[in-house]
Design a protein around this ligand. Structure first.
Ligand code: BG6
Length: 487
C-alpha cells in the first residue's frame, strides 16, 4: 500500500489510553513498514497536562514504546518516528489555544486529520472550536466509539458534528471492521463463486457470532457500569459483523456501495417485541470465578462499579433478518466479559443432507459448517464429513483449514493500522455511516428500554464459564448449541 499523500494527523487525547495502546503504535507500525506513510506526514499530539514537545516525547518513550512491538523495537525506525511528532499544549476551555493549534497546523503540509481519542462529551466542543478557527475546512474528523448512549444522544452528537463537517469528512471508527479476517470474509464471499449460492436460507440453518473476552472491566469500571455489554459490543461490533455476514453482494467495493448494503441488513432486522424479550435476549453479569487457574473477583466488586449494579457484562441474542435471503434463519449473537476463553468467531451452520444413503451420521447437525475465526489464530475452517478408513461406511468430521499466518507470512496488519491508513488515504468503506449507526441504535433500543423497565437483575454466571445457562437454553430450543472451537 504505497502512498504519496502528505498529511497532518492531529491527535486529541494524545496522552490517553487509546493513544498509548493503539493509535501511536499503529502509526509507528505503518511508519516502520516503509512506503505506507508519506515522508512529510506529521503527527501533532494535543494534550493539556504536558508542558512541551520534549516532555511529550519522554512520555511517548516511556508509555508507547512498550506497546509497539512484541519482538523488540527497531531503534532507528523509532528515532525517525519521533521526528514526525509535534506537540501542541491545549486546554479545551481556552479559545486562544486553538489559534495556536491552527498556526501549528497551517505550517504543515497535506490533508488534515483530526482524531478525537477523547470521551464523546468532548466531540462537539472540539469540533466547534476547530470550526471557530477554520480548521474544519477540507479536513477529516475521526470519532471513536461510544458515539452516544442511545439513539437520542447519538443523534444529538451527529447533528452537531454534522453542522461542522459533511458526512464524507466524518470517519466513525468500529475497530472490528479493520480486522483482517473481517476483510477476508468479504474476499471469501465475493471473490469466490463457491460459497455465494449456499449463503442463504435454503442451505444455511443458523449462524452464530461470538465475541468472548477473558478480561473483566479492568480500570474502566466507571465507564462500563454506565454502558453495559449491549451498548459496548452489540450495538456496534456485533451488528457490524452481522451486517457483513448477511449483506447482499455490493456492486463495487466503493464506500457507499458497501455501506448501502450493510444498511439494508440493519434496516431488515426483525424488531424485537418487548413481550418476547425473555425468549430472544439473555443478559448476564459475572460473579467471582477462576480463569486459567487464577481467581478473579465478581463484577459487583470491581472498582468504579455501583453497589448492586444491574449492568450486564454478557448478552446473548437471537436475531432474525426479514428478507428473502434470510427469512427464518436464526442469527445467534453473544458477547461477554470474563468468559472461559478469548475468542471472536463466526460460525455458519449449513443444513444436513435432505436424505442420507450413508446412515444417520450424515444427518448430524453442524456436520457442514464454516468457521471464521477472527481472533486469536485467524483461520477459516470448513468442516465436512469423510469416510473413516477401514471397513464399512462410517463418517467422521474432518476440516479444511486456511490459517492466514501460514499462507501469508508477511503483511498482516492490526485493525487500527489499516483504519488509520484508510483515513489518511480518504477511504470510507470501513467506517460507519450515520444512517447505519442510527439503524443499529433503533434496533437495540427496545431491548435497553425493556431491561430498564423490568428492573430484573441480569442472570449470574461464574467468571471463567460461557455465561448464564439461559444462553444455552435459548439455543437448545432451536435444536442447537453454541459451538466453541478448540483454540
Ligand atoms: C471495545 C470495547 O470496543 O472492544 C471493550 O469497548 C472491548 O470493552 C474491546 O474489550 C474488544 O476489542 P478486541 O479487539 O480486543 O476484541
Amino acid at each position: 500500500m504505497q502512498t504519496d499523500s502528505s498529511f497532518t494527523f492531529v491527535l486529541f487525547g494524545g496522552t490517553g489510553d487509546l493513544s498509548m495502546r493503539k493509535i501511536l503504535p499503529a502509526l509507528f507500525e505503518a511508519h516502520r513498514a516503509g512506503g505506507m506513510l508519506a515522508d512529510s506526514g506529521k503527527i501533532v499530539a494535543v494534550a493539556r497536562h504536558v508542558g512541551d514537545r520534549g516532555e511529550y516525547l519522554q512520555w511517548v518513550n516511556g508509555h508507547v514504546k512498550p506497546h509497539v512491538s512484541k519482538n523488540g523495537v527497531d531503534e532507528s525506525a523509532w528515532a525517525s518516528f519521533l521526528e514526525r511528532i509535534e506537540f501542541v499544549k491545549l486546554d479545551l476551555g481556552n479559545p486562544e489555544d486553538f489559534v495556536l493549534l491552527r498556526d501549528a497546523v497551517q505550517a504543515l503540509p497535506g490533508i488534515r486529520v483530526f482524531y478525537l481519542a477523547t470521551g464523546p462529551s468532548l466531540f462537539v466542543p472540539i469540533c466547534r472550536a476547530l470550526a471557530s478557527v477554520g480548521l474544519n475546512e477540507n479536513a477529516r474528523i475521526v470519532l471513536e466509539k461510544p458515539l452516544g448512549y442511545d439513539l437520542k444522544s447519538s443523534n444529538a452528537i451527529n447533528d452537531a458534528v454534522g453542522e461542522i463537517f459533511a458526512e464524507e469528512q466524518i470517519y466513525r471508527i468500529d475497530h472490528y471492521l479493520g480486522k483482517e479476517p473481517v476483510q477476508n470474509l468479504l474476499a471469501l464471499r465475493f471473490g469466490n463463486a463457491l460459497f455465494e449460492p449456499l449463503w442463504r436460507r435454503e442451505w444455511v440453518e443458523s449462524i452464530q457470532i461470538t465475541i468472548a473476552e477473558e478480561l473483566g472491566v479492568e480500570a474502566r469500571g466507571d465507564f462500563y457500569d454506565n454502558t453495559g455489554a449491549l451498548r459496548d459490543m452489540v450495538q456496534n461490533h456485533l451488528l457490524q459483523l452481522l451486517s457483513i455476514v448477511a449483506m447482499e453482494p455490493p456492486h463495487s467495493m466503493d464506500s457507499d456501495s458497501v455501506r448501502d448494503e450493510k444498511l439494508r441488513v440493519l434496516r431488515a432486522l426483525k424488531p424485537i417485541d418487548p413481550l418476547d424479550i425473555g425468549k430472544v435476549a439473555v443478559r448476564g453479569q459475572y460473579h467471582s470465578g477462576v480463569i486459567r487457574g487464577t481467581s478473579v473477583p465478581a463484577y459487583a466488586t470491581e472498582p468504579g462499579v455501583k453497589q448492586n449494579s444491574t449492568t450486564e457484562t454478557f448478552v446473548a441474542l437471537k436475531v432474525e433478518i426479514e428478507n428473502w435471503r434470510w427469512a427464518g434463519v436464526p442469527f445467534f449473537l453473544r458477547t461477554g466479559k470474563r468468559l472461559a476463553d478469548r475468542v471472536a468467531e463466526i460460525v455458519v451452520n449449513f443444513r444436513a443432507v435432505p436424505h442420507s444413503a450413508l446412515g444417520a451420521s450424515a444427518l448430524r447437525a453442524g456436520a457442514n459448517r464454516l468457521v471464521i475465526r477472527l481472533q486469536p489464530n485467524e483461520t477459516i475452517r470448513l468442516y465436512c464429513l469423510a469416510k473413516q478408513p477401514g471397513e464399512g461406511m462410517n463418517l467422521a468430521s474432518v476440516h479444511l483449514d486456511l490459517a492466514f499466518d501460514q499462507f501469508f507470512r508477511e503483511g498482516q496488519m492490526e485493525a487500527y493500522q489499516r483504519l488509520l491508513l484508510d483515513v489518511i488515504n480518504g477511504r470510507l468503506a470501513l467506517f460507519v455511516r450515520r444512517d447505519e449507526q442510527e439503524a443499529a441504535w433503533k434496533w437495540v433500543e427496545p431491548i435497553l428500554n425493556e431491561w430498564k423497565a423490568s428492573n430484573r437483575p441480569p442472570k449470574p454466571y461464574a467468571a471463567g464459564t460461557w455465561g448464564p445457562a439461559a444462553a444455552s437454553a435459548m439455543l437448545a430450543q432451536h435444536g442447537t448449541c453454541w459451538l466453541e472451537e478448540e483454540n
